[in-house]
Design a binder for this molecule. Structure first.
Ligand SMILES: [Zn+2]
Length: 450
């Protein structure tokens, strides 16, 4: 009897540990609120990081800021036996390019790439912004500390590089500092075009813009909730694809949305104390962020940010007016919260870094039949142990049901009717990691003549 009990306990322990991977808890623990504070202070102390500010000073302006960011990436590179490729990527903008460009200047991004061991051309990208602004985005001389907007996202990106550079990944991870955000998303546009030109396969972009404020302008204080913005479907889809949705569904199942669901699931698994809030839209109402230029070229990308914004602390000159303090200063940043959102990014980058390529040509069938059927192209990778089919009610925001179906390229779900659910397929690595879920892109018609 005792023997049976011991055996049973062991089985339970093994099956539980197979569901989670302790490396993720280590990664979460390794993110440092102290280092984030130090970096956010350093960035805010450059006075202004307006894209058109001084580039020659060693202590003030965007030039000093980007050289410091590059130096930090170089330091991290040294500490990981040169695991990073660090470089500047830049594009010239002139007043002809937009009405928030006061003069000709280079929009300079700082890039650090941790190359994947198996799939160097598959990239997951984490971004923060280098640049800042005050009340007048054309004012490139007066103070614009941009402590939360967006030194927080930039510092988070550097900190994620520190932590994850201690690991190796099959896919490449990019830690990216972008400029020109406040002037019209120019850095993201330039870098997305750079990726396209170099035929990068992008798994997803995590744009971090304002990840440190926990006190909303309405007084709500919340250090657990954060938002994941994702557009419903790619803007690059064809007329035909748009038409097909009318008959097959998929209005809320574009590639960026699947990435958002992946993040939600990772956080629910490894950081259950957090409350990720899926927002079913590209960005805040009528406002922009640096994931959009990537979306514009058809790449999956989301915005990760605080849940409660404080408008007195963003895009404001530092001042006191009618007893209200305005300005994006260091006092408005909660470093423990920035640590949590940085950890959210780090576990997603790691999970996707260790994940296999997703199945291609996912096709669905089962029209006027009692069973839904799925078919896909297998991934040519010996580490893939099989595939997982997901489904959910059409009104559910998250995948509700799943079934690991083994190393096959087709499967019939007995008794699950195609009409009542949405479906998707992921590939599963022997290490337990999964690709992002792929929504079917084609329909199989019945071959039985029904
Ligand atoms: Zn801003």
């Amino acid at each position: 009897m005792k023997k049976y009990f011991v055996l049973l306990t062991m089985i339970v322990v093994v099956s539980v540990s197979a569901q989670t991977d302790n490396r993720f808890y280590d990664i979460i623990e390794s993110v440092s609120a102290q280092r984030l504070e130090k970096d956010i202070r350093t960035l805010a102390n450059f006075g202004t990081r307006n894209t058109f500010s001084d580039t020659l000073s060693k202590t003030r302006g965007i030039g000093a800021a980007r050289r410091w960011i590059k130096a930090e990436f170089d330091k991290i590179d040294k500490n990981c036996n040169n695991c990073l490729e660090v470089f500047y990527q830049k594009d010239l903008v002139t007043p002809k390019d937009g009405n928030r460009i006061p003069k000709e200047a280079y929009v300079v991004n700082v890039v650090a790439i941790q190359k994947g061991t198996k799939y160097p051309n598959r990239y997951i990208i984490m971004t923060g912004d280098i640049d800042s602004r005050n009340s007048d985005t054309m004012d490139y001389t007066n103070d614009a500390p941009g402590a939360n907007d967006n030194a927080s996202g930039m510092a988070g990106t550097i900190e994620a590089a520190r932590v994850l550079s201690q690991y190796q990944f099959e896919n490449s991870i990019v830690y990216l500092g972008l400029s020109g955000e406040e002037q019209g998303l120019f850095g993201g546009k330039g870098f997305a075009e750079y990726a396209k030109k170099n035929n990068w396969e992008i798994i997803g972009v995590l744009n971090n813009d304002m990840i440190g404020n926990i006190e909303g302008v309405d007084g709500v204080i919340d250090n657990r909730t954060f938002r994941i913005f994702s557009e419903p479907t790619p803007v690059t889809e064809t007329e035909k694809e748009r038409n097909q949705r009318r008959f097959y569904g998929g209005e809320v199942d574009g590639i960026s949305r699947q990435l958002a669901r992946y993040i939600h699931k990772a956080v629910s698994t490894y950081m259950p104390e957090m409350h990720p809030m899926m927002v079913y839209r590209l960005d805040r109402f009528g406002r922009g962020g640096h994931h959009r230029p990537f979306n514009d070229l058809g790449y999956a990308g989301v915005r990760i940010m605080e849940a409660h914004e404080n408008y007195n602390r963003q895009h404001q000159n530092n001042r006191v007016e009618n007893g209200i303090k305005y300005g994006d200063v260091i006092e408005g940043v909660n470093f423990e919260y920035a640590k949590k959102l940085t950890a959210v990014n780090a576990i997603v980058l790691a999970g996707l870094g260790w994940s296999p390529p997703e199945p291609k040509n996912v096709t669905i069938g089962g029209v006027v039949e009692p069973h839904a059927k799925l078919k896909w192209d297998k991934v040519a990778d010996d580490s893939v142990v099989g595939y997982k089919i997901y489904w959910r009610l059409t009104t559910s925001p998250q995948w509700e049901y799943s079934r690991f179906v083994g190393n096959t390229d087709t499967f019939e779900l007995k008794g699950i009717v195609i009409d009542n659910y949405y479906f998707g397929v992921s590939s599963v690595h022997q290490n337990g990691q999964e690709s992002v879920v792929v929504f079917p892109s084609a329909v199989m018609r019945s071959t039985t003549g029904k």
